[in-house]
Design a protein around this ligand. Sequence first.
Ligand SMILES: [Zn+2]
Ligand SMILES: [Zn+2]
Length: 304
Amino acid sequence: MFKDTITVLGNSAALPVRDRKLSAHLLETDRHSLLFDCGEGTQFQLFNLKKKIQRISKIFITHLHGDHFFGLPGLLSTMYMLGRQKPIDIYGPEGIEDYLTQLNKICTAEFKFEINFHIIKVESKELIMENESYSIYAFPLIHRKETYGYLYEQKDMKPNIKKSFVRENEIPVEWFARIKNGEDYIDEDGKVFLNNEITELRRAPKSYAFCTDTIFMPQLIDYVKDVTILYHEATFLSINKKEATAKKHSTATDAANIAKEANVGTLIIGHFSARYSNLSLFEDEAKEIFKNTIIAEEGLLIEL
Ligand SMILES: [Zn+2]
Ligand SMILES: [Zn+2]
C-alpha cells in the first residue's frame, strides 16, 4: 500500500548556509505532491532529490518573508518551460497573488499556465480545502508578519471487504458499495453478517502539521493535537531565548514543549539560524523534553 511521505528540502532560516537551503517540505501522496513553502533554491533541491516537479498540484506558503517564497518564480517558470499546462493551486497570505502577477507581467509571462490563488485569512483553525482523500486546515501563527500554519489530515478510507469472505460467498454486485458504506450484509437466506466481521480497515488516518515561523504559542497545542508528524520551527537554542522572543521565533525547547503538550507522534525541527553550525545541539535540547525529535536534515524522507 502506498504511504504518503514527507521530504525536507531546506532547513535554514533567513540566510542560506553551505549545504543548508531555505524552507520547503514536499509531501507526496499516491496521486500528487504538495509543497509547503518554497524558499529560494527549492527547485534545485527537487531536481537533486529526483522529485517530479509537475506532480506538484498545490503549494502552501506560510508567510511573505523571502526565505519562504522567493523560490516560487523559478519553480513556476521551470514548470512552464517543461510544458506544464495543468493548473496549480497556490495558498498563502494576501500579497502572494500581486507578487506573482506583477512578476509575470514584467517577465512577459514566464509562467503562463493557470494559477488558482487561494488567499488565506483565518483567525483560528479552519478548513481550507478537502477532497475524498484528505483535508487541509490553516491556522494563524504569531510572527513579525501575517503567518499561517497548515495541517494535512488523511481521511478515513472506506474499508475493504475481506478477501476470504468474497471468495467464500457469492455477494451480489450491488452489495459491495453498501458493505463498504458500513451496512451489515444479509444473504439470500436472510443470514446476517455483521459489517465489522466481514471488512477490514485499510489504514488509520495520519496527519502532518507545518508550523513556521512562530513564537512559542500555546494556542498551537489545540491546533496540532495528536498529529502524527509535527514540523515546528526551532530557529534558536534556548540560550538565545531573548532574541528568539524579540524576533518572534521559537527555540528547540519551545518546539519540544508544543510537541509534548500536543501529544504528537514525531517532532521534526528546522529553520535553524545560520549562526549555528552544530545542529545536534538542537536535537539534544529538544530531546530532553520530547524524545521522539528528529532534525530536519536536508533530504530526510519520512513516511507518514
Ligand atoms: Zn523564516
Ligand atoms: Zn519569517
